[in-house]
Ligand binder design. Structure first.
Ligand SMILES: Nc1ncnc2c1ncn2[C@@H]1O[C@H](COP(=O)(O)OP(=O)(O)O)[C@@H](O)[C@H]1O
Ligand SMILES: [Mg+2]
Length: 367
């Protein structure tokens, strides 16, 4: 039968063994007294049955930072508390506290190191820093874009003035026209960059999809050559107004339509279909109770092979003068509305972008 003292001893040992901190304790002579499982794991050591009792310099031979620290532990009374250390040998960062082990007469009979693996915390912080950096980059891009807009407008205006001054030189007229159209392209890229980097602040209000689609068609026609392309809009009667930002949605569908016009190059068809989806008829798991689905499809050449899964990323373009930001902005707006976007496409079979946006749960919206 174990005496109460022995039971207690065992319990203390079990506490240390099961601790979620690494624990490493040495005696005054430098022999290992405790090295728990977590310590083995963090320090990347293989357990040997005779580790307890061996000198710490042998057991921790591969970890010079810790050996150095323990080597002077009995020479100082000021020990690190909640400090951090990078263990180069195992590529880990630990947070640790070092204490003297005192007996009843307060004599130093050993030393104990308590530590935790901070590598993951470090990685999270690193990610946080990266996010900050990207935000700063976005601000910088916005600032530059803003500064570039004015000189560009100046170039356009002055070239226009010059064009009027020299009406009799067709050659100069041609060059000036080129200057003006180049300045216009540069300006539209700047506008897109601004739209992409600016954080979206939605002005949510009951929004009519029909109205959005109507405005988007008009806007796309003014920004891109529609040519002989036929556009048909089919919106079902029971389409409810949805909580959304009218301006942002216009932007979204304008970008999709501009891409369709560009893909069709003056010939073909674009269909826009909008319908209400309730969870019963296939909203799928995780879908909002009631949502609206809008498809923008064309019968053009389809998204070039190998690009379909990347075109929503910024700066992915197959056009010589493309910015690759149109669909990145589309996705940003869809995300801000907590919606979804999918693409179906095949070479020669056109492209179909399907957007699902949540409708108000209560249906009690009125315009
Ligand atoms: N309707 C479409 N048909 C075919 N390809 C498309 C269509 N819409 C987008 N794409 C492809 O996706 C790419 C990215 O589009 P986008 O982000 O708007 O940038 P950009 O229009 O500046 O190239 C385009 O370069 C094109 O290859
Ligand atoms: Mg585009």
């Amino acid at each position: 039968m174990a005496t109460p003292g022995q039971t207690e001893d065992r319990f203390f040992r079990q506490i240390v063994t099961s601790m979620r901190n690494g624990v490493l304790a040495i005696s005054r002579e430098g022999r290992i007294v405790v090295l728990n499982d977590e310590a083995y794991r963090i320090l990347g050591l293989k357990r040997r049955s005779d580790d307890v009792g061996r000198h710490f310099t042998e057991v921790l031979r591969g970890l010079p930072d810790i050996v150095r620290m323990l080597g002077t532990v009995f020479e100082t009374s000021l020990l690190p508390n909640r400090a951090e250390m990078r263990l180069e040998a195992v590529q880990r960062v630990i947070g640790y506290t070092l204490s003297h082990v005192l007996d009843e007469e307060r004599r130093q009979v050993g030393a104990a190191l308590f530590f935790k693996d901070l590598t993951q915390v470090e990685q999270l912080e690193e990610r946080e820093r990266l996010r900050d950096r990207l935000a700063a980059l976005g601000e910088m891009a916005a600032a530059i874009a803003h500064e570039v807009k004015n000189p560009l407008a100046g170039i356009e205006v002055m070239a226009g003035l010059l064009r009027r001054r020299i009406p009799d030189s067709p050659e100069a007229q041609g060059l000036l026209n080129d200057i003006i159209s180049e300045a216009k392209i540069a300006n539209s890229i700047v506008v897109e960059v601004l739209e992409f980097v600016r954080p979206i602040r939605l002005q949510v209000q009951p929004t009519s999809i029909q109205q959005v689609l109507h405005d988007a068609v008009t806007m796309a026609e003014s920004k891109s050559a529609r040519g002989q392309v036929k556009v048909s809009v089919l919106a079902s009667e029971d389409l409810p107004p949805i909580p959304a930002d009218h301006y942002q949605l216009c932007q979204l569908f304008t970008n999709l339509l501009i891409n369709a016009f560009e893909a069709l190059d003056g010939r073909g068809k674009v269909w826009i279909r909008a319908a209400r989806l309730s969870s019963r008829n296939g909203g799928g798991e995780g879908a909002h109770e009631s949502s609206v689905e809008i498809e923008v499809a064309d019968d053009g050449p389809g998204v070039p092979e190998g690009f379909a899964d990347r075109i929503f990323n910024p700066f992915i373009t197959t056009k010589p003068r493309g910015s690759g930001l149109g669909l990145a902005i589309v996705r940003k707006i869809v995300d801000a509305h907590e919606g979804r976007i999918d693409l179906t496409t095949a070479p020669g079979k056109g492209a179909c972008f399907r957007i699902t946006l949540p409708a108000a749960a209560g249906e009690a919206m009125s315009i």
